[in-house]
Design a protein around this ligand. Sequence first.
Ligand SMILES: [Zn+2]
Length: 170
Amino acid sequence: MFMEAFYSRFPDIAAAETRTLHVLNDDRLPTGEYNFLEYFCNKRGCDCRRSHIAVTSPQANNEVLATISFGWESLEFYADWMSCSLSDPMVSDMKGPALLPMNKQSEYSEVLFDKFISVVLDDTYTERVKRHYRLFKDSLQRDSSTRGHRNRKDKRKAKRAIRKKNRKKR
Ligand SMILES: [Zn+2]
């Protein structure tokens, strides 16, 4: 599984619909813009229904300041999906929102995580991430079908070449 940025496949939609937070006069966070970039898993056929949200800021050279795991389905869904018990911490990490220690974090992670829960995360936001997830997953499907088509074409070409060769031999 590899988490790929939504903007890498849909730059225009991402530019218009990525959540940005403007921070001013906050004693816990430097003044500036904070972008909540969505990442999805690009494993074909995997329907994990979650996102990693990487928080970056142009004031901090666009480095990742916090990585938030966010799954919009129920705990039961993730427990079932991973064949884990409901109380397994991996299940609550999948659902999130959670800061994952193995992902990139910074001294501002906790504050940005608070902002995510109190300011960014609501029904409209969740619906938007779900829509982006669908677009992203559908584009993976398209990738695989065009690749399959190309393979079939190549095979036909190869067969024709062999036939030609055989004819020459005769
Ligand atoms: Zn997945």
